[in-house]
Design a protein around this ligand. Structure first.
Ligand code: SF4
Ligand code: SF4
Length: 222
């Protein structure tokens, strides 16, 4: 089965499982009625297969792949130079390349990455704004995220390398490379790029404490 088809077929599996384990969090969250999409100004992380699914869904929905790639390249370059990639991205006024600026909606919502699926806030939506400088109350769904990543990896690892991971802009670029190159050329390219992906992720993790000062994690089962 082609990588695109494999990634596409993994989405409903993740979707059903996510609905089961995240139903309680979704019911408690402010997100269901929110139209601000402030959270789409926070850079998500993803594995390659998720980015393949996103690019595939975006293309099937008639999205402009050239502009998606151009924004992903600009965002990836920004992240590589940023001291605190996640926070600097948010404060720079950037937004996810998949977000439709007119409607404030994700242009590939059904294929959104797991990190987007598990982010639930119980504080007022206005407090999520980057310039609100308020402590946001988010539900602690990290265990669910890991379970969903494992489910996705199990469903896709036969066709898509599961070790390729990083920020979403970098993974969108990796998805384009993966879909264009032969397997050996992609792996050679990815082994070179991996250092840069890991450096950005290491800086995000190094600033985790700063970010947690703005996010009060609540027990999602409470
Ligand atoms: S995280 Fe905040 S901005 Fe995003 S959907 Fe939920 S309430 Fe809205
Ligand atoms: S992929 Fe979609 S849901 Fe996730 S940050 Fe981007 S626009 Fe928002």
């Amino acid at each position: 089965m082609s990588p695109r088809k494999t990634a596409r077929r993994a989405l409903p599996i993740v979707d059903v499982y996510a609905r089961q384990i995240l139903a309680g969090a979704a019911a408690r969250a402010s997100c269901a009625k929110c139209t601000h999409a402030h959270c789409c100004r926070i850079v998500p992380v993803a594995v390659l297969g998720e980015a393949v699914a996103l690019v595939d869904a975006f293309a099937r929905g008639g999205g402009d792949l050239k502009s998606l790639r151009a924004q992903a390249a600009a965002d990836a370059a920004f992240l590589r130079d940023a001291e605190d990639p996640s926070y600097d991205y948010m404060l720079s006024g950037r937004q996810c390349a998949l977000l439709d600026a007119r409607t404030n909606r994700c242009r590939a919502y059904a294929a959104r990455p797991i990190t987007c699926r598990v982010y639930f806030v119980v504080s007022p939506p206005a407090e999520c704004a980057p310039d609100a400088r308020r402590v946001v109350s988010a539900l602690d769904t990290r265990a669910h995220a890991l379970a969903l990543f494992e489910t996705f990896a199990n469903a896709t690892s036969s066709a898509i390398p599961s070790w390729v991971a990083g920020t979403l802009p970098e993974m969108i670029l990796a998805a384009f490379a993966f879909l264009e190159l032969d397997a050996a050329s992609f792996l050679a390219w990815a082994r070179v790029e991996r250092d840069a992906w890991d450096r950005v992720m290491a800086r995000i993790e190094a600033h985790e404490g700063d970010r947690m000062a703005h996010i009060a994690q609540q027990d999602e089962r409470a």
